[in-house]
Design a protein around this ligand. Sequence first.
Ligand code: 6PG
Length: 239
Amino acid sequence: MNTSIKVFDNTDQLAEEVALLLKQLNAKPGKKPIHVALSGGSTPKAIFKYLTLQYGTSLVNSRFHFWWGDDRCVPPSHDDSNYKWANALWLAPINVPHGNIHRIMGENDPDDEAVRYSNEIAMHLPVENGLPVFDFVLLGMGDDGHTASIFPNQMHLLTSNNFCEVATHPESSQKRITLTGKLINNSKLIAFISTGEVKAQKVFEVVKMKNTNLPATHIQPVNGELVWLLDKAAASNAF
Ligand code: 6PG
């Protein structure tokens, strides 16, 4: 596993790095689909806005298929929906074809949706090491060290043999659908994005101390590349 850490002065520079990673994916020869799983939460919203504003429709083309690392079990119009914000801020404004957007259907029964999404992944993604393989997974990290919806009190979601599982937010008890750790770790490229002082301690604990009590520490691609994209504030305890 190849890990790199990049620290940026601000979110725009961090977003520019995400654009570079997408350009590198698109530069790969051939016409095979490129499967990208997006993160939820607030951090990526600024990135989605930047990509739309700076690149419009020039960055991604019809090869790109968009998925989610997790989503909340709410309707797509709900403000908590990770799909809602990615679609509103980036995918819809750049006219990503409907068939290339594979949202988690948060309005469905959670147990049924975990199975349905797993099947949709299995139907579309190529297989490597016996598992579907994403080309690029964008992840955030909560200030409790969770990632996707794999929370510190649900570490079994890291090693489940299912591609997706139902998770429960430890404070709100909100149900979520999450990719599991094994599937995430089968990706070719994983980028954590983390900004702000509030993340600095957990970035230190995960990146420097490799605290195995924290789910994000266990995101270690088997054959792929891991990159941490941080702003100075999030990196302030670790570097
Ligand atoms: C979610 C995310 C989650 C998020 C982290 C960081 O659905 O909330 O997938 O893993 O990335 O909680 O969230 P912020 O970017 O809001 O800090």
